[in-house]
Design a protein around this ligand. Structure first.
Ligand code: GLN
Length: 537
């Protein structure tokens, strides 16, 4: 257990959103863990939803699920992929959750007749949630990323809370502000004014950033760094250039080159013993950037216009491709644009396909047409959550001849509900946080594709769904060649289906993509990519 106090690093953003605060936080976390420190990263989201679980992926990208079943912001996926360490509910806090807690306390009478206000009650609850992770004594560093942009009305209570915390934590807290240095093509110049203004906005709230990370498309020369330092009251070496990178996995090395970790240590009064263990990371990057072969796979989904909706799947494919020394190109296929007539043309040249998770009717028949095609043509198939459910429906319809087979999610009246609502879900009326969420055990059948990938019988994977494989149809499906190769040992629910006579046909009820990291690429994604490579040969 640690003896020194936990250090808190607050990361804010200015000028515009989407500057990559999550990747910078994850990269700094990576550099600190490479120096032997224990680090966790937390995201504060200023929106009113209690969690992003009820949001449409078009709004907020993928909903990332933790081991403890929290539905969270997709940045937590980056934190886990970079740090190879599980996050939890405590790592993602929203305004909705803060207010919910404060209002519940008020109803219980905990405030003893006081007027409940943003300061101190909301800000105290924010401060409590930030310090929860530090109180576990597990971490040397808690990096807290504040969502949104400084100056946003919604972010004000967070900014005020961390201002107070800095005062209380004194030398154990540090502010990093991420800004944009735009390049004006007409003037041929990088412009620092937006950064100056954004630091002024922070100063108005009583916060002086210690470090500025400046996102830029062109290198910052020493004069620009001096100018920023002078106008924003930071040291020159605390002006960190953050150039656009060819892959997010390069960013920790770019930050190391700029000395971000060194400045952080110095400002927090920690010794720099110079030891940074990044060999494994550098090996990964080296393999990622120098692939020996290339394949193209298809990703069939209904949110393909917004790739953030499939963030963890994309990153899992990158990890598994790198593990197989293979560049994997993704051909995005809109589920609503496929049908039995055009499917051959749509999927031509693909070494394998993934059918993505999802909810509701839209795009369902297109996904089923794609599954039928790859099943009949021995093309590797990986179905995730809804993708697995649709593989069962396709098999029931086209192999067993139950033409009406469906999931009760899509057709409550189906005569053949091969996928139906779990009993526990039948009484549920609230939408938020009520799915089957988080980690569950699964037992694998030996010699299955799943077992050959995981190389162990006992696995744990994360879930996010309401509907399940209907065990009443298990025997009939298995007799015809679709086998359940992964079972939840507690309740007998089917977690994995496979077709052993096929090159590689695996559908999983859980979400393997949430557990793939740079250090531990996910076994099933690796197995799938390997099958795709063999198929191409
Ligand atoms: N809609 C399906 C269910 O709720 C699948 C969910 C998913 O793909 N995550 O069971």
């Amino acid at each position: 257990m640690r003896k020194t106090p936990t250090k808190y690093i607050f990361v804010t953003g200015g000028v515009t959103s989407s500057l990559g605060k999550g990747i910078i936080s994850a990269s700094l976390g990576k550099l600190l863990t490479a120096r032997g420190y224990s680090v966790t990263i937390q995201k504060l989201d200023p929106y009113i939803n209690v969690d992003p679980g009820t949001m449409n992926p078009y709004e907020h990208g993928e909903c990332y699920v933790t081991d403890d079943g929290a539905e969270t912001d997709l940045d937590l996926g980056h934190y886990e992929r970079f740090l190879n360490h599980s996050t939890s509910q405590a790592n993602n806090v929203t305004t909705g959750r803060i207010y919910q807690t404060v209002i519940q306390k008020e109803r219980r009478g905990d405030y003893l007749g006081k007027t409940v206000q943003i300061i101190p009650h909301i800000t105290d609850e924010i401060k409590r949630r930030i310090q929860l992770l530090g109180e576990t004594k597990e971490f040397d560093f808690v990096i807290t990323e504040i969502g949104g942009t400084v100056g946003d009305i919604e972010a004000l209570p967070y900014i005020e809370a961390v201002r107070q915390l800095k005062w209380e934590l004194e030398k154990n807290a540090l502010f990093i502000h991420l800004t944009l240095i735009p390049f004006l093509a007409a003037a041929g110049e990088l412009k620092t004014k937006p950064t100056q203004h954004s630091v002024k906005t922070l100063l108005e709230s009583g916060i002086q950033p210690d470090i500025l990370v400046c996102r830029t498309e062109h290198p910052l020369n020493i004069d620009i760094k001096k100018k920023i330092a002078r106008f924003c009251n930071v040291e020159i070496d605390a002006v960190i250039e953050s150039m656009d990178a060819s892959t997010i996995y390069e960013v920790p090395l770019l930050m190391q080159k700029e000395g971000l970790d060194k400045v952080v240590l110095r400002k927090l009064g920690l010794k720099d013993n110079g030891e940074v263990k990044l060999e494994q990371w550098c090996n990964f990057l080296e393999r990622l950037q120098n692939p020996e072969k290339e394949i193209t796979i298809g990703l069939v989904g209904k949110y393909v216009e917004l790739q953030d909706a499939y963030k963890s799947i994309i990153e899992s494919i990158i990890h598994a491709g790198t593990e197989n020394a293979c560049k994997v190109k993704i051909n995005w296929i809109h589920a609503e644009e496929i049908n039995n007539t055009n499917v051959t043309k749509k999927l031509v040249g693909l070494s394998g396909i993934i059918v993505a998770p999802g909810f509701g009717n839209r795009g369902m028949e297109g996904k089923i047409a794609a599954i039928k095609h790859v099943r009949e043509n021995n093309i590797p198939f990986f179905g995730i959550c809804l993708g697995m459910q649709l593989a069962v429906i396709e098999f029931a319809r086209n192999v067993l001849g139950h033409t009406d087979a469906s999931s009760t999610e899509m057709n409550a009246q189906t005569s053949t509900p091969v996928i139906n609502l779990m009993d526990k879900q039948k009484e549920v009326t609230d939408k938020g946080g009520t799915m089957r969420l988080g980690t569950y055990d699964c037992l694998l059948t030996k010699d299955s594709n799943a077992y050959n990938s995981y190389k162990t019988i006992n696995i744990k994977e994360r879930h996010r769904h309401r509907f399940e494989f209907n065990n009443n149809y298990k025997n009939e499906l298995e007799k015809a060649g679709m086998i359940a190769t992964g079972i939840n040992p507690e309740n007998n629910l089917v977690e994995i289906v496979e077709i052993p006579s096929h090159a590689w046909f695996v559908g999983v009820q859980f979400h393997p993509e949430y557990k793939s990291t740079v250090v531990n690429p996910h076994p099933l994604f690796c197995g799938f990519i390997e099958a795709c490579i063999n198929n191409k040969k």
